[in-house]
Design a protein around this ligand. Structure first.
Ligand SMILES: [Zn+2]
Length: 233
């Protein structure tokens, strides 16, 4: 995404009285009463550091970064699978500094492999190892996970819960995916306590217009995409 376009999107939020925060912060608020937007950034790319971070800090915004623990400081080689060129990734030094500045550092698995394609053992390793490495490097084991490409099965949700995560972000790919979400609480609760709760996210692409950005924000609000009063225990 161009830095100018990102800055315009953040300015739009400021102009309407919104504050951009991490998911950890958003979950402590009653979002129906506070004008907050949880901002999340996947992969931990260097362009976040170079372009998004200065802009967010200028506005006093924060956010959640989902990082690929086994690839920190290298390049996003997984992008080649979908025909994109690899992007440089931030190193641990930068991630630690971001955390000290109030950004939340959470897990995007250990190597960004798409979980449903893996064996039970491999999928568990992606989840457990990422949480362990973050605890060692950042000092806090993360509560949150973002599934690579949003892909997960019930098996993956079980494994993630067993690994110690408290909720996972998914990606809304189609408009109709949002219509069924509960209006009062962005956390999709489940009757099955073995499954990790889900947090639906509205993706914002680098090439979309401001009109599209406004429409996404409005739709997210109508669909009740907002964290509730806390995660289930
Ligand atoms: Zn990713």
């Amino acid at each position: 995404m161009g830095a100018d376009k990102f800055a315009r999107q953040m300015q739009y939020l400021v102009d309407r009285g919104y504050r951009g925060v991490s998911l950890a912060t958003a979950m402590k608020h009653d979002a129906s009463r506070s004008r907050i937007v949880a901002l999340t950034f996947d992969d931990g790319t260097r362009d976040f550091w170079d372009h998004a971070r200065p802009c967010l800090q200028e506005f006093g915004f924060r956010g959640t970064l989902f990082v690929v623990t086994g690839r920190v400081g290298t390049v996003s080689s997984w992008d080649q699978d979908v025909g994109e060129s690899p992007r440089p990734l931030m190193n641990w030094d930068r991630l630690v500094r971001l955390q000290r500045n109030g950004f939340e550092i959470a897990s995007h698995t250990h190597t960004h492999r798409v979980l449903p394609s893996l064996s039970d053992h491999e999928a568990a390793h992606e989840l457990v190892e990422s949480r362990r490495v973050l605890a060692a490097r950042i000092g806090t084991a993360p509560d949150l996970l973002a599934y690579p490409r949003g892909a997960r099965t019930e098996r993956d949700r079980e494994l993630a819960r067993e690994a110690g995560y408290r909720a996972a972000c998914t990606v809304i790919l189609r408009w109709r995916d949002v219509t069924g979400w509960p209006r009062a609480n962005g956390v999709q609760r489940t009757q099955d306590r073995a499954l990790l709760p889900e947090l639906p996210r509205m993706p914002v692409k680098g090439n979309e217009s401001m009109g599209r950005f406004r429409a996404r924000l409005a739709l997210a609000r109508r669909a009740g995409l907002r964290p509730g009063l806390g995660l289930p225990d």
